[in-house]
Design a protein around this ligand. Structure first.
Ligand code: GLP
Length: 252
């Protein structure tokens, strides 16, 4: 493990491989939850997080992690979307997180991607995040440096809302998530995310490293949503593999 430095973000840990980085991230998340058993955790989805959640599942099996008293919320969901769709984030979370981490049903709060009124649903979910402030938000990074589904141009004060996905995101989705994934989504806002007590961001591989390079090496600006994490200072911890870290010119 290597610790790298950035002028605003102190906690950046780099591992030789994706698998090692994912295991370290899982260990870190598990230790935060052991210190705060009733934590509210907000989960990201995406391929990046699969090895992290799989390791958390292993730690739960070995009784080295315990999520049984935690509350689970999540970042985003396609709209309109039912949980049985391959691309559904709720479907993903049920499979990789809620089940394996043995989170109690009454402590799981899902975004309803098939709500009749998306704006009402966004308001309801924002209300939930206010009622249960996040102890830890797990982030990935996507096209254009999006976090959750906050696309470039999203205000750093934005709240949970319906958003139209960018061309870049749609291009990725058509390749990775099939032809029929929707072009809109419900997402927590950047303002909502920044209120979290702690943030863990995982980024592995060259592509995610390039997204992060814009976020960390350019200006803090709404044209790159993930640049907002530089406003959080010590509250944010990055787990990277070497391949991702190599892309980021502002790390020392
Ligand atoms: C998604 C999600 C993000 C996620 C990102 C990266 O669409 N909205 O929360 O971090 O894209 O996904 P992946 O790890 O599959 O590249």
């Amino acid at each position: 493990m290597k610790r790298l430095h950035h002028k605003e973000i102190k906690n950046i840990f780099v591992y030789p491989t994706k698998s090692k980085a994912a295991k370290a991230s899982a260990k870190f998340i598990a230790s935060l939850v052991l210190k705060k058993p009733r934590a509210t955790v907000i989960y990201a989805t995406g391929n990046t997080q699969i090895p992290v959640y799989s390791e958390l599942g292993n730690l739960v099996k070995k009784k080295k992690a315990d999520f049984s008293s935690t509350r689970a919320l999540h970042l985003d969901e396609y709209y309109p979307c039912t949980p049985d769709k391959d691309f559904s984030f709720v479907g993903y979370l049920r499979k990789y997180v809620f089940g394996p981490l043995k989170i109690k049903r009454e402590n799981i709060f899902e975004i309803d991607g098939c709500a009749d009124n998306a704006h009402k649903e966004a308001k309801r979910y924002e209300g939930l995040v206010n009622r249960f402030p996040s102890s830890l938000t797990i982030l990935g990074i996507g096209p254009g440096g999006h976090i959750g589904f906050n696309e470039p141009g999203s205000s750093f004060k934005s709240k949970t809302r319906l958003i139209t996905l960018s061309k870049e995101t749609l291009k990725r989705d058509r390749v990775e998530r099939g032809q029929s994934s929707p072009d809109r989504a419900l997402t927590l806002g950047i303002g909502t995310i920044l209120e979290s007590e702690k943030i863990v961001l995982n980024a592995f591989g060259e592509r995610h490293g390039k997204y992060l390079d814009r976020a960390l090496s350019g200006k803090i600006n709404i044209s790159c949503p993930a640049s907002a994490i530089r406003l959080v200072g010590d509250g944010v911890t990055l787990f990277l593999d070497e391949e991702a870290a190599r892309q980021i010119s502002s790390l020392e």
